[in-house]
Design a protein around this ligand. Structure first.
Ligand code: NAD
Length: 486
């Protein structure tokens, strides 16, 4: 049944410069998680569509990689401008698919920022040379892989489209992007903008659909030489397995987290409360680096918890299309039920301080009250697994050694934060934390724009970032040249 929201939304696949339906006509529905009304029917890319997208990218590669990089950059700049221009429309499409409030949506701007920046980054594509081998000159060439697959999640699809596609394209690769089945609408709109931006057919291909078949086929495709993935630990494992079984394609993995924030008793408590609360409430807790475990030193624990729970309970949930809403629903029913299951486990293992209520019945949408648990044993499931909802565990600690051990007792290692006014302690703890990112007196989602981002341990492999992502999409070839004495 069509709803009002569906009018004018016509997502299609982008294959070889054409916007098309799925070859077998299959679609899947996207419902607004706030209202459960149908937002759109979306093409489910078939095996044939996926193979066609890879074939188109392969055919487009020789000309695209040989093109003057300023011309590659010109298409990218044009796309950046179009994405920025369509910010409100993209915000609305995300709101009616995965529920992010339009007031929180800044991803069109970050996406455009990536396209603008990488459009001008081509002078940094450089090899090196030496005369250290007597009688020879040696050098390296940095060259694109060819067809690169980019598989992105739903929690910030537009952002990841930019952070992955832009560096892959400027380095001369052609791409097949697979959007998430939970949030395909905004990325499908970007497919239309990519045509308007003038990319030659086959350079950017965009598929919508579930992990199987399209994601799985990309992971095992012999013509895909490099695959960059952001998503869950489990899917990362599956992709890595497929790659290992087939052509050992290069795989970059940005996975989940169970990020700790540590608050010592000399910290600026007000700032620590405000920032750690924002971290775990932003995007309704559906952020890989959200500080979902907070450790507070015993002397300030009571004050911290009281201020934190007050702020956490004061969010304004509601229609994500309304400007005043700052807390949207969970992305869909699967996410909702998953988070509610963890909340029930949390009630059994720890002490519920605030929230714990799902509002499916009362609001007819997948809203969950921000939830705080106290004094949960470190061994409990909820302390180990990624919940991906507005749920946080706050525990107390006494000593530095104790809290470092607790913070590191996880298979994840994406982002950690430490709040203290003691610089020596801050640096000791930062060094000891097993984490790809550490915030000192600040926390996620804050990142330095030119720093590498990525995980220790099960949070991933490889790094992304303005100075790092191009490297992910470039092979290195060594040349040795003999100089004859004449
Ligand atoms: P997910 O792993 O379920 O899905 C991610 C993408 O993989 C989707 O496009 C999905 O269709 C595809 N996929 C699913 N099964 C596949 C398969 N068998 N083969 C190939 N592709 C397949 O993750 P999600 O639920 O979309 O996203 C949430 C997860 O992403 C969380 O774990 C979160 O922490 C993580 N994440 C990590 C970062 C980071 O930078 N480290 C950023 C955002 C999100």
């Amino acid at each position: 049944m069509a709803s009002q929201e569906q009018e004018g939304i016509n997502p299609r696949l982008l294959i070889n410069g054409e916007l098309v339906e799925a070859s077998d006509g299959k679609t899947f529905p996207i419902y607004s998680p706030a209202t459960r009304k149908l937002s759109a029917l979306v093409p489910e890319a078939s095996a044939d569509d996926t193979n066609a997208a890879v074939a188109a990218a392969k055919a487009a590669f020789p000309a695209w990689s040989a093109l003057d990089p300023t011309k590659r950059g010109a298409c990218m700049k044009k796309l950046a401008g179009l994405i920025r221009q369509h910010n409100s429309e993209l915000a609305q499409l995300e709101a009616i698919s995965m529920g992010i409030p339009v007031s929180n949506f800044h991803y069109a701007h970050t996406c455009a920022f990536y396209f603008d920046n990488y459009a001008e980054a081509w002078p940094h594509i450089q090899g090196q040379s030496s005369v250290n081998t007597p009688g020879h000159v040696t050098m390296t060439l940095r060259q694109p892989y060819g067809v690169v697959a980019l598989i992105i999640p739903w929690n910030a699809g537009v952002h990841f489209f930019g952070s992955k596609a832009a560096p892959a394209l400027i380095t001369g690769n052609t791409v097949v992007v697979k959007s998430s089945e939970k949030a395909p609408l905004a990325v499908a709109r970007i497919a239309e903008l990519a045509i308007e931006a003038g990319f030659p057919p086959g350079v950017i291909n965009i598929l919508s659909g579930h992990g199987v078949p399209s994601g799985q086929i990309l992971s095992r495709h012999m013509d895909v030489r490099c695959l960059s993935f952001t998503g869950s630990f489990r899917t990362g494992q599956l992709i890595q397995e497929e790659a290992a079984r087939t052509n050992l394609k290069k795989v970059i993995l940005e996975l989940g987290g169970k990020s700790p924030a540590i608050v010592f008793d000399d910290a600026n408590l007000e700032k620590a409360v405000e920032q750690t609360q924002k971290s775990v409430q932003s995007n309704s807790g559906q952020v890989c680096m959200a500080n979902t475990r907070i450790y507070v030193q015993r002397g300030v624990a009571e004050r911290f918890v009281s201020a934190f729970t007050k702020r956490f309970a004061a969010v304004k949930d509601g229609d994500p299309l309304a400007k005043e809403t700052n807390h949207g629903p969970q992305a869909d029913e699967v996410q909702y039920r998953n988070v509610m299951r963890y909340i029930e486990q949390g009630k059994a293992s720890g002490k519920l301080a605030v929230g714990g209520v799902g509002k499916l019945e009362s609001k007819n949408g997948f809203f969950i009250e921000p939830t705080v648990f106290l004094d949960t044993p470190e061994t409990a499931n909820i302390m180990k697994e990624e919940v991906f909802g507005p749920v946080v565990n706050i525990n107390t600690f006494d000593t530095e050694d104790e809290v470092i051990a607790k913070a590191n007792d996880t298979e994840f290692g994406l982002y950690a934060a430490v709040y203290t006014r003691n610089i020596n302690r801050a640096m000791r703890v930062a060094k000891a934390l097993e984490s790809g990112y550490v915030g000192i007196n600040c926390t996620s989602p804050l990142t330095g724009r030119d720093l590498p981002f990525g995980g220790y341990k099960g949070s991933g492999q490889g790094r992304e970032g303005l100075l790092y992502s191009m490297d992910n999409f470039l092979e290195t070839k060594s040349l040795i040249i003999q100089i004859d004495d004449e």
